[in-house]
Design a protein around this ligand. Structure first.
Ligand code: HEM
Length: 525
């Protein structure tokens, strides 16, 4: 009764409840920047009693929201919330490394991402509508199924070729996470930007994963004198991308027949080429173009690779799941009667119920990103007035682990359960015999599941990512007999437990496994 009266009083008079802050304005800020995992645990507890809480990040007010209506409101297109301001103030200068003058050009663009400029901005020059043009290139050349499928095919060809170099019938020791980090990443990058970046920079993959490990620090904006490593790694990584761009421009013929090809070796897929041509035409300096492209490579691999690794780890540790997944691959493929080599029907595999369920589970449990918007006009959410200038975040971790939404039949929300999203339908086969047919059906509310974010900044690569992840799982499970050997620390030393989410990535991206899985495998075809 007392709590209810307190909540009603707060709603009636305005502001959301504050998250405890031992030293006001300092403790929460420090924990948010240095231990996001613990911060999110505290926020999750607080959000159990209230669908909106408030805290301060330095001088900035931040609202964290949960619950169907609030999450939907946050992703809805509206004049009250913007994702562009954050991009201008945090992402472009800190992560992409754009110069001040370039950031200022993006800042002047208030027209939004939609085709029709935001009201009152109609006179802004069309060739300076940067957010819209970026969105337009993704909408034309990355999001559509046709382009996502082309990327997936190139990825799959390259990844298969790497596996085909292993001898047939011989047991080989493998570290699962390490293999995905190397071979998936190289194949996905080749599909997106072509192969030359690896020829020009032999240690590009290692540098990329080093960049992946410091990107959170770039976001938080800790000054370089306090922590110089992130900036150093960023510069080293972007100069490798820059070297690649210089080479690609020196060899690519913009007026030649490959300028509009689906894929060519210098710039790779059409989306990467269109982006690079636009960077050049719009006067973005070479180092900033490298920042853009380097960050796109992070978007492409920083989530897909750890997520696919989790998928393999779950499948390998459960032999009956391994067999069931292999059976689905057999159903979705044809085999050469002599060599046993399989031709997998990608579209059929991607719509297989069990694999889709596994894919949904691993994204639910391991993706942890806080989609963020900034309040441009005060407005009401869940009875509270959100102040202009404040940030609003919907931490997906809170929604994805909500027991009330995801817990079923004794399988708690925090547990991986491969069949959580499979429903069995009673039907009849051709002979009229009753059969139970599995179908994919999301077990919880869609508004409690948003691994790809939502609204206008919904992940542009999600169609490619889904195909890439499911095809990787299907290929590995059908191509190899696999035996689990041991869990180890990431440096190879023994571990007394299985992998868990590495909390250093909490709130920022997919949380990778904090342990390696050692295994033996034997190629079958
Ligand atoms: C498991 C895989 C992936 C996950 C979970 C994922 C998730 C996300 C999330 C959460 C966002 C931010 C959305 C927001 O701010 O509301 C995002 C943005 C983005 N992602 Fe992905 N992503 C994945 C794979 C990919 C791939 C393979 C690509 C391909 C290049 C890609 C390209 C992008 C781009 C370009 C954006 C920026 C979109 C924009 O601001 O308009 N992502 N992704």
């Amino acid at each position: 009764m007392v709590v209810a009266t307190f909540v009603l009083w707060h709603k009636r008079f305005g502001d959301a409840q504050c998250l405890d802050d031992t030293i006001p304005f300092v403790s929460n800020t420090y924990q948010y920047m240095t231990n996001q995992k613990r911060f999110l645990e505290r926020a999750t507890d607080a959000l159990k009693n209230n669908n909106i809480i408030k805290f301060y990040l330095g001088p900035m007010t931040v609202y964290m929201v949960a619950g169907t209506r609030n999450v939907q409101a946050m992703f809805r297109q509206s004049d009250n919330l913007s994702s562009e301001i954050m991009m201008v103030h945090l992402v472009l200068p800190r992560v992409y490394g754009l110069t001040k003058a370039e950031v200022a050009r993006w800042e002047r663009d208030k027209t939004g991402r939609l085709e029709t400029p935001a009201p009152g901005t109609e006179s802004h020059p069309k060739d300076q509508r940067y957010f819209f043009t970026l969105e337009h290139i993704y909408s034309q050349y990355l999001k559509p199924k046709r382009h996502a499928n082309l990327l997936m095919e190139t990825y799959f060809r390259s990844f298969s070729q790497k596996l085909d170099m292993l001898p047939i019938g011989t047991w080989v020791d493998v570290n699962m996470f390490d293999l995905c980090k190397r071979d998936m990443t190289q194949s996905a990058m080749t599909a997106l930007i072509g192969p030359s970046i690896f020829e020009l920079n032999p240690d590009f993959i290692d540098t990329f994963w080093e960049f992946d490990s410091i990107i959170v620090f770039l976001f938080t904006g800790l000054p370089s004198w306090l922590n110089p490593r992130p900036r150093r790694v960023q510069q080293r990584y972007f100069s490798m991308v820059r070297k690649y761009l210089d080479y690609a421009w020196a060899n690519f013929d913009r007026n030649g027949p490959t300028a509009t090809a689906d894929w060519e070796p210098y710039f790779g897929a059409r989306v990467a080429r269109e982006l690079n041509m636009w960077f050049r035409d719009t006067g973005l300096c070479e180092q900033s173009a490298a920042g853009f492209l380097g960050t796109l490579l992070f978007a492409e691999n920083g989530n897909s690779v750890p997520i696919a690794t989790w998928g393999m780890m779950e499948i390998i540790r459960d032999p009956s799941l391994f067999e069931a997944v292999r059976e689905e691959v057999i159903q979705a493929s044809t085999a050469d009667p002599v060599t046993g080599a399989r031709v997998i029907d990608a579209q059929k595999l991607i719509s297989s119920p069990l694999l889709q369920s596994v894919y949904t589970e691993i994204l639910r449990l391991h993706m942890s990103f806080n989609p963020t918007r900034q309040v441009t006009k005060p407005f009401k959410m869940d009875g509270y007035t959100l102040k202009k200038g404040a940030m609003v975040q919907a931490p997906m971790h809170v929604a994805h682990y909500d027991e009330a939404v995801w817990s079923v039949d004794g399988h708690s929300a925090s547990q991986f359960w491969a069949e959580r999203h499979v429903k069995y339908i009673e039907t009849k086969d051709q002979s009229g015999k009753s059969i139970r047919k599995p179908e994919f059906a999301m077990a919880g509310r869609p508004s409690s599941y948003f691994p790809y974010g939502g609204g206008t900044s919904l992940c542009a690569g999600r169609n490619f990512a889904k195909g890439e992840i499911i095809m990787t799982l299907g290929l590995l499970v059908s191509k190899f007999d696999i035996e689990f050997v041991a869990w180890t620390q990431l440096d190879g030393s023994p571990s007394d437990r299985a992998a868990q989410n590495d909390g250093r990535w909490a709130g920022a991206a997919a949380m990778p496994p904090d342990r390696e899985m050692k295994l033996r495998w034997k190629r079958l075809w």
